[in-house]
Ligand binder design. Structure first.
Ligand code: DX5
Ligand code: ZN
Length: 219
């Protein structure tokens, strides 16, 4: 039984003190750093982009897990690789030629992830699951941090877990949105391998022990 991977989302950090946020993550038991890119088109919000990720990547010792909430992500794959992305996740809803996009991500040496909005069924992954390193299940509507976890997500995580097991896929199951110390055990129990947590980590008094607690390893 491996321990759950924790990926703090930088979206909830203090943007005036990003260096402090990165140092905290470096010193913590977090495994990955989750970076949310929003274009104001695919989602109704704009976050940060390439120059910020490039600088953050230089300082960050943890794996950079970049979540693209943008239209036409295939146009920017090489840019994000150069900026330091190691896992690159695109939304299924944003990709007409998803298989090609996944191939492009792999050809640049990155792990490839596909994200599903809350209303998008897991069954749409049947013909791509074998090519994926990660599936990101959105447990809120993408666009904003600090939203409430949608309970229906638990059923989707279980469906994805059985799809992964029945196909022998190596894809990790990542869950993103509204994760807190109360619902994390149920999300892990349902089959999550990676938990993204923004406000729960960065708005807590002691982010490093919150990260441990999310793993189920309370100090
Ligand atoms: C939402 C983003 C999430 C967000 C999570 O669109 O994809 O990664 O940062 O924030 P919390 O954990 O606060 O819900
Ligand atoms: Zn995200």
């Amino acid at each position: 039984q491996h321990t759950t991977i924790i990926a703090p989302s930088l979206l909830a950090a203090d943007f005036l003190h990003l260096a402090d946020a990165i140092q905290m993550v470096n010193k913590s038991e977090a495994d990955w750093l989750h970076l949310d890119v929003m274009d104001g088109r695919f989602v109704p919000n704009i976050s940060y982009g390439l120059p910020v990720i490039e600088q953050v990547s230089k300082a960050c010792k943890k794996l950079r897990d970049v979540h693209l909430m943008i239209e036409e992500p295939h146009l920017y794959i090489e840019d994000f690789q150069k900026a330091g992305a190691q896992v690159l996740t695109v939304h299924l809803e944003a990709c007409v030629h998803l298989h090609r996009t996944v191939q492009q991500i792999h050809s640049l040496g990155m792990k490839a992830g596909v994200a599903l909005n809350p209303h998008t069924p897991v069954s749409l992954l049947v013909d791509i699951i074998g090519d994926l390193d990660l599936v990101l299940i959105m447990s809120v509507n993408p666009g904003f941090g600090g939203q409430k976890f949608i309970p229906h997500t638990l059923k989707k995580i279980m469906e994805l877990k059985s799809l992964v097991q029945s196909t022998g896929s190596k894809a990790l199951i990542e869950v993103d949105g509204g994760i807190n110390l109360e619902n994390a055990p149920a999300v892990i129990q349902a089959g999550a391998d990676v938990l993204v947590a923004g406000s729960t980590v960065f708005h807590s008094k002691d982010p490093k022990s919150t990260i441990l607690a999310l793993k189920g390893q309370v100090l």
